[in-house]
Design a protein around this ligand. Structure first.
Ligand code: TMP
Length: 247
């Protein structure tokens, strides 16, 4: 059954982040996320533009949020309003970045000395404190308690839900020729319930072509690999348009 899109008007800018702008609406319980083409890396030390990224990230996030809702995962997604605008439930964001990893890459390769591409038998979950001034340090459950970021019950739900999301997205992407290497999630509260928030996009996931292991995500920008726009468009074709073209 298709949900009716609530009648809303866009109001003042509430917050501008590195990749998105959040607007208030005429409904206090709803916000609009506007997806920009701006890209940053290494805590904004590196800046650039990825043409068309906002459209890809908006539409891919919408497709995956809908997939997750069908699997019983509550998300903040309500509707797409335009190529770059998404109507969402307003959440009180929990300042934890939750990472799920299936294959060694990025900071896990550095932390462990394992080679990039090493499979991880049981997916692992990591927690980072969402704080630009501190550079998003990795934290433990005890630090979450010390900082008062979430209750133990909320954290338990976040960990279980992150792994459940992995169990939905990994095969979904595999069917489209993509390896889901790792990804970042953010959760928030609304009216006493928890929801998945933010976005799920090539900015927040590592995605490799399943056959060639070509990187099809923001690592192309972070590592100056070239072909950044083409990679985002390829992911769009596979996950939004549903085609199974190969690189
Ligand atoms: P990492 O290997 O650099 O820790 O990144 C893990 C995952 O988190 C990867 O899919 C990229 C994503 N990520 C973000 O979404 N935001 C960030 O600021 C960083 C550093 C990583």
């Amino acid at each position: 059954m298709k949900r009716a899109v609530p009648e809303v008007e866009q109001r003042e800018k509430m917050y501008e982040g590195k990749a998105k702008i959040v607007y208030a609406t005429s409904r206090p319980d709803l916000i609009i996320q506007y997806f920009k083409d701006d890209a940053t890396a290494f805590n904004a030390l590196k800046r650039g533009t990825i043409v068309g990224k906002g459209v890809v990230n908006n539409r891919m996030s919408a497709a995956l949020f809908q997939r997750l809702e069908r699997a019983g995962v509550p998300t903040h997604y309500l509707a797409i309003l335009s190529d770059r605008e998404m109507l969402c439930r307003r959440l009180e964001i929990i300042r934890i970045e939750t990472i799920v990893r299936n294959i060694v890459a990025g900071s896990l390769a550095k932390r462990t000395g394992f080679e990039e591409g090493t499979p991880i038998r049981e997916p692992i979950v990591e927690l980072y404190y969402k704080s630009d001034p501190l550079g998003d340090p990795m934290i433990t459950d005890d630090h979450v308690r010390l900082l008062g970021l979430a209750t133990p019950r909320e954290l338990g739900w976040i960990r279980r839900t992150a792994l459940r999301i992995n169990r939905v997205l990994r095969p979904h992407m595999a069917r489209r020729g993509l390896l889901l290497v790792d990804f970042k999630l953010e959760f928030g509260r609304a009216r006493g319930r928890l929801y998945l928030g933010d976005e799920i996009s090539p900015d927040t996931c590592r995605l490799w072509d399943a056959r060639t292991r070509t990187k099809l995500d923001k690592d192309r920008f972070r590592q100056d690999l070239g072909g950044v726009e083409d990679a985002y468009q390829e992911v769009f074709r596979r996950l939004v348009e549903g085609a199974v073209t190969r690189t």
